[in-house]
Structure formats: structure tokens, C-alpha cells
Design a protein around this ligand. Structure first.
Ligand SMILES: NC(=O)c1ccc[n+]([C@@H]2O[C@H](COP(=O)([O-])OP(=O)(O)OC[C@H]3O[C@@H](n4cnc5c(N)ncnc54)[C@H](OP(=O)(O)O)[C@@H]3O)[C@@H](O)[C@H]2O)c1
Length: 278
């Protein structure tokens, strides 16, 4: 991971997927609530990146934050993950698509750099392919030109990461994955990341793990800590070294999610939750 002292990594990231026309207002609300990390993607099918930029602009104008207070993260998404609203010329090479997607992201977000640029998902579920190698090289060029501070990969398996490493590719600074409790909260990928100083970003911590969220053990911990089960899950995520994302649309949940940073779980509770479902 490149040493980049100018990037300050927040302890929670606000996710902007599926918010459509509510995106600007929710981004501003999240910043007002105290979030300093914002995740988006140049993938109009699930994200309104231009709306994120509008929310940021409104927050700057109201003096809530400045650009340098923020950790902005966006993604490059391959053609199959997009609908017809493409941020690049799909007949161009993948390297050009990355450059075009980045230029469009910077315009949407009203900035000249992002703190983190993430490959939304590898081209194939089976392994790190030649397409991924080309895209990763193009992303490194964006980083080296100063348009991204750090790079990440998303929706990856242990195999993808091992193949990247085996090919002596530069490893990402971030891995962003959907985190399933039934897979020991993505135990294998988390352990690969931990051993190499890669920051693991976990999403769908609540929605992918409803059984754990409603488990009696979590309910008891929540009662003892005068917290909510969701706060226990986020406190657990942080205790095992994860950087969590939340996509809440509720101001109350924004505040609760951020307040979970102050919750400290006893080590035996952390071990117990880790084994709750897998
Ligand atoms: N890389 C990828 O492929 C990928 C895929 C999916 C998501 N993401 C990123 O991750 C972000 C978050 O997505 P997500 O799947 O984790 O979340 P999400 O789908 O946006 O949903 C979070 C859910 O948890 C609820 N919630 C949040 N805080 C709560 C609390 N304190 N108490 C009770 N309920 C609470 C929310 O309900 P309320 O709204 O009612 O609070 C919502 O239903 C996305 O916006 C996106 O940025 C990335």
C-alpha cells in the first residue's frame, strides 16, 4: 500500500447507492450528522454520482465541511454492471474507459481527486483476468497522475486476491466486500487483508445478516450496553478491524451508526459474534 500521509481514513463510510433523487439531500444530511467518508460509483444504474456532488456542494456552501475534511470514494464499473447510462465509450479500450469514467466522476463530484478509486468488481468470478490486469494498470495511472490517492477492489474472493499477489501485482489499499456472517463475516478475505495491511470495508452488514442481527445473543448485548442491535453489529465490525459502510436514509440511524464508534465490546463477545453463524 503506497504511503500516503495526506489521506485520513474515516471510521465509518456513508454509502450512497439506491437513493436516486434523494441523494443530494441525504449526502448533506449525512455530512451534517458527522460522516466524513462518502462512497459512490460511476454506475448510474445503482448510484446517482452527480447527486452526490450536488449534496457535497450544498454542504460546502453551508459551511458544514470542506473538501479536505472528506474521504471521497468512487468506482469504475465494467460494462455488464451498467445500464445504458454509460460514463465511457464502451467501444474504447478498457484503459480509455477507466480514464473517461474517472474524468466523469471528478466532474460529478466537483473535485480534482478522489481519496479512493475502487474496481467495482472483477470481470470474472473465477479469477483475476487479463481485463482486470489492464483496468488495474489504468487505475494505477490515474493514481500516479494524482486523480486518486488510494486504490481498492470490491466484490473479490480470496482467489482473486491470491492471484493478484501471485502475479506480483500491486495490492489494493482497500477491499470492499459484502460481509456475510455465515462466512465468518468474510473471515478468509479479512485475514488476507489483515496480514497485508489492506483495509477491509464491509457493506450489507445488517441487511445480509438479519439472522445474526435478530439473534438473542446480540439482543442481550444491546440491552446491556443500552444500544441497538445494529449498533452492536457495527461495534463488532470495528472490533475485528473492519471499516463499515452504512446506507441508512434515516437521520436517527445516521446518528446511532456514528455513535456505535464509542461502543467497546468485551473480547469474548467479539469472538462469540464472529462464530454466531459460521
Ligand atoms: N461494492 C459494491 O458492490 C456495493 C454493493 C452494495 C453496497 N455498496 C455500498 O455500501 C453502501 C451501504 O450498503 P448496505 O448494503 O450496507 O446498506 P443499505 O442497503 O443501504 O441498507 C442499510 C439498511 O440498514 C438499515 N439501517 C442502517 N442503520 C440502521 C440502524 N442504526 N438501525 C436500524 N437499521 C439501520 C437501513 O434502514 P434505514 O434506511 O431505515 O435506516 C437500511 O435498510 C451502499 O450505499 C454502497 O455505497 C457497495
Amino acid at each position: 500500500m503506497p504511503n500516503n500521509p495526506s489521506v485520513s481514513i474515516p471510521n465509518f463510510i456513508y454509502g450512497t447507492a439506491w437513493k436516486e433523487e434523494r441523494t443530494p439531500a441525504l449526502v448533506k444530511l449525512a455530512l451534517r450528522a458527522g460522516f466524513r467518508g462518502v462512497d459512490t460509483a460511476n454506475q448510474r444504474r445503482h448510484y446517482f454520482e452527480g447527486g452526490v456532488g450536488q449534496g457535497l456542494d450544498a454542504a460546502y456552501r453551508d459551511g458544514i465541511v470542506t473538501r479536505s475534511d472528506l474521504f471521497l470514494q468512487t468506482k469504475f464499473t465494467y460494462r455488464p454492471g451498467q445500464d445504458h447510462r454509460l460514463p465511457y465509450d464502451s467501444t474504447a479500450s478498457l484503459s480509455i474507459q477507466v480514464a473517461q469514467s474517472m474524468a466523469s466522476s471528478l466532474e460529478h463530484l466537483g473535485t480534482d481527486y478522489v481519496d479512493s478509486y475502487v474496481l467495482h468488481g472483477p470481470a470474472s468470478n473465477y479469477g483475476w483476468s487479463d481485463a482486470d490486469i489492464e483496468v488495474w494498470e489504468a487505475m494505477k495511472k490515474e493514481r500516479d497522475a494524482g486523480r486518486a490517492r488510494l486504490l481498492g477492489v470490491s466484490n473479490v474472493s480470496l482467489r482473486h486476491l491470491e492471484q493478484m499477489e501471485g502475479a506480483r501485482s500491486e495490492l489494493p489499499a482497500f477491499v470492499q466486500n459484502r460481509c456475510y456472517a455465515r462466512q465468518g463475516w468474510d473471515r478468509d478475505v479479512r485475514s488476507f487483508c489483515r496480514e497485508r495491511g489492506i483495509i477491509y470495508q464491509g457493506f450489507s452488514l445488517l441487511t445480509a445478516n438479519l439472522e445474526s442481527l435478530h439473534h438473542d445473543y446480540i439482543a442481550t448485548l444491546a440491552m446491556q450496553a443500552e444500544a441497538t442491535p445494529a449498533q452492536i453489529v457495527f461495534a463488532f465490525a470495528r472490533a475485528i478491524g473492519m471499516l463499515p459502510l452504512t446506507g441508512t436514509s434515516s437521520e436517527q440511524h445516521m446518528k446511532q451508526d456514528l455513535a456505535s464508534s464509542a461502543l467497546e465490546l468485551p473480547p469474548d463477545a467479539v469472538r462469540m459474534i464472529e462464530q454466531l453463524a459460521g
